[in-house]
Design a protein around this ligand. Sequence first.
Ligand SMILES: [Zn+2]
Length: 76
Amino acid sequence: MKCVFCKQGKTHARKVTVERHNRAGEPIAVIHNFPAEVCAVCGEEYYSAKDWQKAERLLAKSPVKVAKVPVYDLRP
Ligand SMILES: [Zn+2]
């Protein structure tokens, strides 16, 4: 499909890594091998509602691993 973001590139099917965020914008889960259509020009990623539903079911289960990450704040 044609990218609706940059209106120039075409998208290609790829497997990407996506982050799920909470209301504060902090990542709460990482999902590898998420199917996406990725724009060859601007890199915008498009996902299907069906795949998000699949991911929601997956998030209810135990993750393959849990990683703790440090959080920083660049406010002066
Ligand atoms: Zn694009």
